[in-house]
Write a protein that binds this ligand. Sequence first.
Ligand SMILES: *Cc1c(COP(=O)(O)O)cnc(C)c1O
Length: 383
Amino acid sequence: MNQHMRPDPVAFIDIGAQRRRLGTAIDEAVGRVLTHCQFINGPEVTQLEADLAAFSGAKHVVACASGTDALLMVLMAKNIGPGDAVICPTFTFCATGEVVALAGATPVFVDVDETTFNIDIESLKRGIATARRLGLNVKAIIPVDLFGQAADHDAVAAVAQAEGLFVLDDAAQSFGATYKGKRLGTFGLATATSFFPAKPLGCYGDGGAIFTDDADLAEALRSVRVHGQGTEKYDNVRLGLTGRLDTVQAAVLIEKLKIFPDEIAARNKVAQRYADGLGDVVKVPVVSEGNVSTWAQYTIRLPGGADRAAFADALKSRGIPTAIYYPKSMHQQTAYRHFPVADGGLPVSERLSEDVISLPMHPYLEEAAQDRVIKAVRDALAA
Ligand SMILES: *Cc1c(COP(=O)(O)O)cnc(C)c1O
């Protein structure tokens, strides 16, 4: 390259590199669907559900149309509705709390832990008390495994058990991650994930899945997935959705799942090099003992007083894209401002929204590109 030319921009995520690696395997998988023409509920959907069950250790897997539907379908199958409260962290993607409101129930927002970005157990307890004081019937907790790392599921389970609540794990960003040596999919009553292309395991459109060991719940979810169908075709027994996963997307996911463990390992190598190169100048993400993250995002915290917008501009001028997850927590957003928050407020989430910034992260990020990111971060902070 001519030394006066700018180097190519670094990809924030690189779906194209993965596509090239998979090569004809994907073409052939999609080609098989185009040949058999069972675009809805084709054999690939059943195959994928079996593959995901084997991968996660969950007894039942119900593939569905998106991560949002995965969460909503569980709430629908459990008859969550008006008068009920569901506790969720506020520092998350909006779908976590949105599904609670869509079900007609009240999301009650609680704070997150400053080092893991995941649900804070003391705030969770306060949120349950707040909801009860407001006369709400607290039914469930939705912990989020944010940015690829599992929440503290043992601690969440202990609270849920003591309070008589069920747990719906929002693993939309972290399918494939492990908690104390076990992959996500078996913590709580059910786990929801997303196959949106930018998630660690993504398809070529929208998709999602629900994992559970509860056979009755799995049966109810299969009914909700198709408009609440019963055993008689035209007697629908509950409200439901058009919540199916397309056969074509299942075919894509079967192929992608085969290389997923290798991709998780590659993401962890990138994360380790970032931590080694940046740990002395910014707060790098902390992975709790016994956890393996899928690194949906590599989110750092800038030192106090740093100008985040100027920092992002400095990186951008060197071809390094960044993103802010999340500039506003849910309780700070227009559609969610009127919902209750845990007593004591949500100060950690509000602080995080001010100083977090996410760096390029994907399994195909080469060492030279990682070094460019590291150098750009260091130079921007030294300036
Ligand atoms: C992406 C995401 C969802 C929703 O998944 P979709 O497939 O986009 O509907 C839910 N929760 C979290 C935490 C997410 O990041």
